[in-house]
Design a protein around this ligand. Structure first.
Ligand code: FE2
Ligand code: FE2
Length: 376
C-alpha cells in the first residue's frame, strides 16, 4: 500500500499537458485548457461550469479541508445512549445539569439548521470555484449529521419535540442570538450583484457571521459545558456526539476563514478600514449576546463549572477569530480557560470513528455484532 497522503498535491508541466498528482492518483490535463480554467477561477464572480472542474486545483487548502472533513465522518445513531437514558431518567443529574442539557438540545436543534441553510443559500450559491463549492457542500452534509445527532438525543431521551421548539422560540437569549445572525440573510439569498463592493462586503460579512461569530464563537461555551459534564462521566453519549461535532466545527471555521481570506485577497476593495471596524463591531455584538446566553445556561456556578470561566471563554474565542483575520481583539482574556477542551479536539482529530466503533464493540463485550451495516 502506498504511503502517499491523498492531501499531497503536485502539478508538473509535461509537453502539452499538466500532470496532476493527488495522493497516488494521476490526472493529465490539456495545458491550454488548464490555464484558461485556472484563470477563470475566483471565489466569487468567476467562471461557472457544470463540468467536473475541481482540477486544475487553485484553492488547495479547501480541498485539503474537504479531505479532512471526509476522514472525520461519523454516524450519530450508532452512538450508545443507554447510560445517558439511565442518568436522565434517574437522579444522577442535578437540576442545573439537566438545564444545561435542555439548553444544548434546544439551542442546537435550531442553530444547526440555520447554519446548514445559510451555508447552502448564502455561501455555496455565491461561490464560483468548484473546489470551494465542493468543500461547502461537504459542510452542509455535516450540518445534516449534526441535526441528525439532535434527533438521536431527543428520541433516545424521549424529550418532547414541541417543548424543544418552544424553548427555542421562548427563551429571549436564544431568539436574539439567532435573529442577530440571520437578519441580513434574506437579501443575500435573493442573489445580489456581487460585482458591487457594497454587496461583496455584505457577502463577506455573512461568511464571517456564520463561520467565525456563530460557529466559531457562539457555539463554544455550550459545547464546553456539555463536555464538562462528559468529563464528570455524565451524559457521555451526548458528550461523544458533541466531541465529534466540535471537531467538525473546527474544520468549518477553518474553511470559512480560508474562503474569506482568499475573497479579500482577490477583492481588496472589500477590505476598507470602515469594513474592518464593521466586522469587529459585529463580533462584539455577538459576544454580548453570547454572554447573556451563557448566564441563562449557567445562572450560577455548579460542580466543576464556574460561570466566569465560560464568559472568559466567549471573549477568548472571539479574540482568536478576530486575530486570525488580522483584526484587533479588544478582549482582556489572552489565555484559554479550557485548555483541556483543545486537547479533546486535538486528540479527536487522531481518532477514526469507524476504527473506534470496532474497538469499542470488541472491548465492551457488546451483544451487538459488528457488521458492515452497523458502520455505514
Ligand atoms: Fe454544525
Ligand atoms: Fe458547522
Amino acid at each position: 500500500m502506498s504511503s502517499t497522503s491523498v492531501l499531497d498535491v503536485t502539478a508538473q508541466e509535461e509537453g502539452d499537458y499538466v500532470v496532476y498528482r493527488l495522493g497516488n492518483k494521476t490526472f493529465r490535463l490539456d495545458k491550454a485548457k488548464s490555464r484558461e480554467r485556472l484563470a477563470g477561477k475566483r471565489v466569487i464572480n468567476g467562471l461557472r461550469g457544470a463540468e467536473l472542474n475541481v482540477l486544475p486545483l487553485k484553492y488547495h487548502e479547501a480541498y485539503r479541508i474537504y479531505k479532512q472533513m471526509k476522514a472525520n465522518h461519523w454516524e450519530p445513531d450508532v452512538i450508545d445512549m443507554t447510560k445517558d437514558c439511565t442518568q436522565w431518567n434517574g437522579n444522577a443529574l442535578s437540576a442545573k445539569e439537566r438545564w444545561i442539557i435542555e439548553m444544548g438540545v434546544g439551542y442546537f436543534s435550531a442553530a444547526e439548521g440555520i447554519v446548514g441553510d445559510s451555508v447552502l443559500h448564502v455561501i455555496e450559491d455565491n461561490l464560483t470555484a468548484a473546489e470551494l463549492k465542493h468543500a461547502s457542500l461537504r459542510q452542509i452534509a455535516e450540518e445534516s449529521i449534526h441535526m441528525d445527532s439532535l434527533l438521536h438525543i431527543i428520541g433516545s431521551l424521549n424529550i418532547d419535540l414541541d417543548e424543544v421548539t418552544a424553548k427555542f422560540q421562548d427563551i429571549p437569549s436564544i431568539r436574539r442570538k439567532n435573529e442577530f445572525i440571520t437578519r441580513h440573510m434574506p437579501e443575500l439569498k435573493m442573489g445580489i450583484d456581487l460585482t458591487r463592493t457594497a454587496n461583496k462586503q455584505k457577502f463577506a460579512k455573512a461568511l464571517f457571521g456564520i463561520t467565525q461569530v456563530m460557529e466559531g464563537t457562539q457555539f463554544y461555551a455550550l459545547f464546553a459545558m456539555i463536555l464538562s459534564l462528559h468529563r464528570q462521566n455524565k451524559m457521555t453519549g451526548i458528550g461523544q456526539m458533541f466531541q465529534y461535532t466540535l471537531r467538525d466545527e473546527s474544520n468549518h471555521i477553518a474553511l470559512g476563514l480560508y474562503i474569506l481570506t482568499e475573497l479579500i485577497r482577490e477583492n481588496p476593495d472589500v477590505w476598507t478600514p470602515g469594513f474592518k471596524q464593521e466586522l469587529v463591531d459585529f463580533m462584539n455584538e455577538g459576544v454580548e449576546l453570547e454572554k447573556e446566553f451563557v448566564r441563562d445556561c449557567l445562572p450560577e456556578d455548579t460542580v466543576g463549572m464556574t460561570q466566569s470561566d465560560f464568559l472568559d471563554y466567549v471573549e477568548f474565542n472571539a479574540g482568536r477569530r478576530l486575530a486570525s483575520l488580522g483584526l484587533p481583539a479588544q478582549s482582556r482574556v489572552k489565555s484559554n480557560p479550557f485548555l483541556w477542551l483543545d486537547e479533546v479536539i486535538f486528540l479527536k482529530k487522531e481518532k477514526n470513528f469507524f476504527e473506534t466503533r470496532v474497538t469499542e464493540y470488541q472491548t465492551g463485550g457488546s451483544v451487538k455484532n459488528t457488521s458492515e451495516d452497523d458502520l455505514i
